[in-house]
Design a binder for this molecule. Structure first.
Ligand SMILES: Nc1ncnc2c1ncn2[C@@H]1O[C@H](COP(=O)(O)OP(=O)(O)OP(=O)(O)O)[C@@H](O)[C@H]1O
Ligand SMILES: [Mg+2]
Length: 458
């Protein structure tokens, strides 16, 4: 993927990028594009008014399977932003048993740490590889060290030996780097990584921002073991060890936190499930409102303790999403409503949309299946009329059985292609399979006509 800088991500450009993956839903695309740009704009505002400008949190409203999550996910990827998706209904109010809402920020930081860590690992890879190969070389041909205080007459032969050793090592290093030695077995000391002994602390420790893993692994002495492996395996192990030594873990954590604070995106799914449709009720409604109240300071901007340090949530972008069949955004507590000023509705997908979804996105389903079969040496082609037939059936089943949006295309395609996917390569001699509208009908018609059958299969 080419590198896109935040400055270059203008709203228009964001929409253009999203268009590569998501069909329609223009309003939602515009809203997220503006929101992410406004965050950048706000960070670049110089004076005190900066503090007064509110974040542009969004509620995406729409039925299932129409692209709500996909839009947010693609946006995050585009902006190289740390991104987590949480289900609002999984949270409970502080004091109840369950996850407290602050855990979403902790999850985000966790993700950001591993994101930054893998970037840094990439950066030091070449260096780590060099050291790793030196280590292997030292095992194969230990260097001779020039001893001190040696007799004069011995000097010459010692120097000769050292020179000879150096030459052999150079020669061996070439072979190593060319991969000629890869299958040879060597023995080496191996430090058992701390991750190999996972400690499960009492639940709740993590929620308090305490790293129980670290406390324990610093208590237990690191185990060293002799290990035999091929040179190519050893190289991987050493590269891993050396990159961890080269990376400044504290710098990684600082960078990770900064990235969360400046660019983090939290996607809160099923927000409608914590909105109460009846005001002033008892029972579950009370605790739902509690969750909303717990959420409020985080969305408003506060400091959350994590095991990597405190994190300010002021600039984190929150995108909430829900079907809102029963409740409405106005059923959320007013304070929370105020923190999600942008509401966008996503539309139900039509047959025409399905045709486009099947073919246009870079990861379009038909492209995926063609690629799968290409690996068996089979060309899978969909004739134009077969595509509109698949789209038509998807729309029909969505109407008649249940509207699950674009997810319907998955179930239909797996049913349609099941035989081919099973028979390839043993039982298929053709190098090219062409799917026509007729093929589609033959395979699916009987299922579509039988409502009960559709319920189970499609
Ligand atoms: N407009 C669209 N364009 C392209 N693909 C889409 C579109 N809508 C949905 N999809 C595809 O359908 C699948 C489900 O979409 P997504 O996860 O975004 O649904 P959702 O709106 O979040 O639904 P839910 O409310 O159930 O979470 C994804 O694989 C996505 O790629
Ligand atoms: Mg979703």
């Amino acid at each position: 993927m080419e590198k896109i800088k935040m400055e270059d991500l203008t709203p228009r450009q964001v929409v253009a990028e999203l268009n590569k993956y998501i069909i329609g839903q223009d309003e939602a695309k515009r809203a997220v594009a503006i929101a992410i740009r406004n965050r950048w704009r706000r960070q670049n505002v110089e004076n005190i008014i900066k503090e007064e400008i509110m974040p542009n949190n969004i509620i995406l409203i729409g039925p299932t399977g129409v692209g709500k999550t996909e839009i947010a996910r693609r946006l995050a990827k585009l902006a190289k932003a740390p991104f987590v998706k949480v289900e609002a209904s999984k949270f409970t109010e502080v004091g109840y048993v369950g996850r407290d809402v602050e855990s979403m920020i902790r999850d985000l930081v966790e993700l950001s740490v591993s994101m930054v860590n893998s970037e840094k690992t990439e950066e030091v890879h070449e260096k780590a590889k060099k050291i790793a190969e030196e280590r292997i070389l030292d095992i194969l041909i230990p260097p001779v060290s020039k001893p001190k205080n040696i007799e004069i007459e011995e000097v010459e032969s010692e120097e000769n030996e050292a020179l000879q050793n150096e030459k052999t090592r150079e020669w061996m290093m070439k072979k190593l780097q060319n991969g000629e030695m890869d299958d040879k077995i060597i023995e080496f000391d191996f430090t058992v990584p701390a991750a190999g002994m996972k400690v499960f602390g009492p639940s709740g420790f993590d929620d308090m921002g305490i790293n129980i893993q670290e406390i324990f692994s610093s208590m237990v002495p690191k185990k060293k073991k002799k290990r035999r492996a091929t040179i190519s395996e050893a190289r991987q192990i050493f590269i891993q060890e050396e990159s961890q030594k080269l990376i400044d873990i504290e710098a990684v954590q600082r960078e990770a936190i900064k990235r969360v604070e400046e660019a983090g995106i939290v996607f809160i799914d099923e927000i409608d499930k914590i909105a109460s449709s009846s005001k002033g009720g008892h029972g579950p409604d009370v605790s739902r409102e509690g969750v909303q109240r717990d959420m409020l300071p985080i969305v408003e901007g506060s400091t959350i303790n994590t095991k990597y340090g405190p994190v300010k949530s002021d600039h984190i972008l929150f995108i909430a999403s829900g079907a809102f069949h029963v409740s409405k955004p106005s059923d959320l507590i007013p304070e929370l409503q105020g923190r999600f000023p942008i509401r966008v509705e996503l539309k139900s997908l039509t047959q025409d949309d399905f045709v486009k979804i099947l073919t246009i996105p870079e990861n379009a389903l038909l492209k995926q299946y063609s690629a799968l079969l290409q690996s068996e040496g089979i060309d899978l082609v969909f004739q134009e009329d077969s595509i509109s037939e698949i789209a038509k059936i998807a729309a029909e089943v969505n109407d008649n059985v249940e509207n699950i949006g674009a997810r319907r295309l998955h179930t239909i395609l797996t049913t349609l292609l099941e035989d081919i996917l099973f028979d390839a390569p043993d039982n298929i001699s053709e190098k090219k399979i062409s799917i026509s509208a007729e093929t589609v009908n033959q395979k699916l018609d009987s299922i579509v006509k039988n409502r009960d059958l559709s319920k189970y299969i499609l």
